[in-house]
Design a binder for this molecule. Structure first.
Ligand code: 3HC
Length: 309
């Protein structure tokens, strides 16, 4: 299948399956994005795991445990989807992609390099981080690669539970004491801008978007999804009685959207370079887990009758 024929094929809304012939740069784009998506899911478990033993009630603990287990499952589906792209030339096997994350070569979502400092942060993560992830992942349900688009269907269903349990945590705090409401406001102050950064750089500064759009992987732009997220989230904050930390936030009657301030792009670039508040700690934790628990994988592989390398 030549390049033009392939573009025609995906642009006619056909799905590409693992055994189909595909251009190398389509395959590379997918390995990059899906494996980094998988890394985000499993690194994203770390800030929340810190709060399992400190959840205020048994019910909150059970909901948080269920959410974290879901995230592990999301990572599994996405690593499995990545492996369907492994063709020997472009490394997409589990060890290669996972080691790229451990070495710092591959990225994961910047948001997980921020600390969860209070129980309210766990609410803000569910509400804002999973809320932003849903915005992006609903879009990805329509992407051209079969295994990735099908993984998104299951993941989106579970994400809506994640978002609701986070929002309910904040609703409880906002209806509690003044101190509890302050905790919720501080969490919003800390997570608002990093949540907007999850959608990626502005379209004009996005080197991958055009190709991704041409291949029908990215179906809507970073800026469009960010705008939609702001538009739906402002009224949710108002319902909680919380103030979004952006003095430039203002409804624009003409565009029927909220205008909002410029994101702190320098901070974004620093976090991507590994200089965020928790980058080093997150990778250290994952490397330590790899060192100390690789026997589990060896045992599972031996049991499955395969030899680990
Ligand atoms: N954090 C880290 N890296 C980011 C980023 C972010 N928030 N936004 C962009 N980047 C990186 C990109 O990966 C790319 O670097 P690379 O070429 O080395 O991979 C570079 O910045 C330029 O960005 P582009 O916009 O050109 O890149 P993309 O076209 O890939 O768009 C994206 C970026 C929108 C994040 C896209 O990769 C995507 O949709 N990924 C899948 C969704 C995803 O990964 N979501 C992360 C959250 S998952 C999650 O939150 C778990 C949930 O359960 C809580």
């Amino acid at each position: 299948m030549n390049q033009d024929k392939f573009l025609e094929y995906v642009q006619a809304e056909n799905k590409v399956e693992p055994k189909d012939v595909m251009p190398d740069d389509y395959r590379k784009l997918l390995v990059r994005q899906i494996s980094q998506h998988a890394h985000s899911e499993i690194v994203g478990m770390l800030p929340e795991a810190n709060w399992i033993s400190r959840a205020p009630t048994l019910r909150r603990k059970m909901a948080l445990l269920a959410k974290i287990q879901d995230e592990a499952g999301h990572g599994l589906y996405l690593y499995a989807a990545t492996e369907t792209l492994n063709n020997g030339e472009i490394a997409a096997d589990r060890d290669s992609t996972y080691n790229d994350m451990l070495s710092g070569k591959a990225k994961y979502s910047s948001i997980f390099n921020y600390p969860a400092l209070s129980w309210a942060d766990i609410g803000a993560i569910g509400w804002l981080v999973d809320g932003a992830a849903i915005m992006n992942q609903v879009m990805l349900m329509g992407n051209s690669y079969g295994p990735y688009s099908r993984a998104m269907v299951r993941i989106c269903k579970e994400e809506s539970f994640h978002q609701r349990q986070g929002y309910e945590i904040l609703m409880t705090l906002c209806r509690g004491t003044k101190e509890q409401k302050n905790l919720a406001q501080e969490a919003l102050n800390r997570f608002w801008w990093p949540a907007l950064m999850m959608f990626g750089p502005n379209d004009a500064d996005s080197p991958n978007s055009q190709k991704s759009m041409n291949y029908r992987v990215k179906r809507e732009s970073n800026d469009d999804l960010r705008q939609r997220f702001v538009d739906v989230t402002v009224s949710q904050a108002e319902f909680l009685g919380l103030k979004i930390p952006d003095e430039n936030l203002k409804w624009n009657e003409e565009t029927q959207h909220y205008d909002f301030g410029e994101l702190p792009w320098d901070e974004f670039m620093e976090v991507l370079k590994g200089n965020g508040p928790c980058n080093k700690k997150r990778l250290e934790t994952k490397r330590k887990a790899q060192r100390e628990h690789s026997w589990v994988k060896d045992a599972a592989m031996a049991y499955a009758g395969k030899q680990t390398n």
